[in-house]
Design a protein around this ligand. Sequence first.
Ligand SMILES: [Zn+2]
Length: 364
Amino acid sequence: MAGDSPGTTRTLDARVWGKSDARPKVYIQAGLHADEMPGILVADHLTEMLDAAEAQGQITGEIWLVPIANPIGLEQWIAHKPQGRQDLTAMRNFNRGFPDLAALAADALEPVLTGSETENLTLIRRAFGEALAALPRGNALADLQLALLTWSHDADYVLDLHCDHQAVLHFYASPARPKDTALLSRATGAKLVLEQEVSGGNAFDEAHTAPWASLRQRFGKSFPIPAGCFSVTLEYRGQNDVSDALATKDAAELMVFLGAIGAVNGQSQPAFEEAPVLPLGGAGEIFAPQGGVVLWRAAPGDWVTKGDIIGEVLDPVTRVRAPVQAVTTGLLFRIELWPSCLRGQSLAHIAGKDVLRAGHLLTD
Ligand SMILES: [Zn+2]
């Protein structure tokens, strides 16, 4: 990929197992937020396991793995700290604003859709591919997003590996394919599924699910439109949960999922208990009552009740300790990385049953 300044280029690598026309096609990437190492390490261990499966003749689908989805972000360090979440040119989140496949392909699809869901699946994937091929090149960020989506747009399964600040293993899914959601949670041992049809912002996962929903909305009365892709953002715990022991276990559990969906033979059955599926709009955000030192009384993974004091913020000047209260009843699934905070800053999220928010649901 050409860089935006003279004399610079970057390389985006994909590893592929299986035959190019085999189904299911599974696309897995890590490091789209380039300061998140857990998924990148999982991808490394998964590579070894997929190589071994291939040597045994066990690959039945087509599996793509992009171990570093964002070489732009990976080189962004400021004052000795990695800054791989936003593109520093425009301070834009690398995982927002992917091309809207339905908007690009719908008009071309209108005259060709048929009464067969299977035929439409193929026609729609092909139209997505043609629409992407016709897009003009932009800058390095746009080219990166286009390259990733070009590889993934026709996949049956898309797993985007991320991590949070300090968190339990959880994932974001659309409600379109509940059986696959259950399989993934039972294969990985995720503690929580956050579900939303459209979260806003067209993140990479949504760029693969929202188009099918949107085409169904437009054409569904006349033509059968399948949910053509199961796509999720998997949050492999927190930034610092990086170890070979954890990543080996996580990669082995992804192999179980690949087995369960028929992409790889010879895997064990998903054996974890199914995680609770809660609305993304029910994820209540907690803000710092004052600036200072953050002291937690609860940890990610704790179930809490609305009004519980789950921590406090010490102002070291006044010596006042302001309580941090649970804004809803549910699972405290993530807290911020830093033990310092500014007044009004986001501190944590609790996933509950009651919907608290609508519209744009993701933080930048
Ligand atoms: Zn991320």
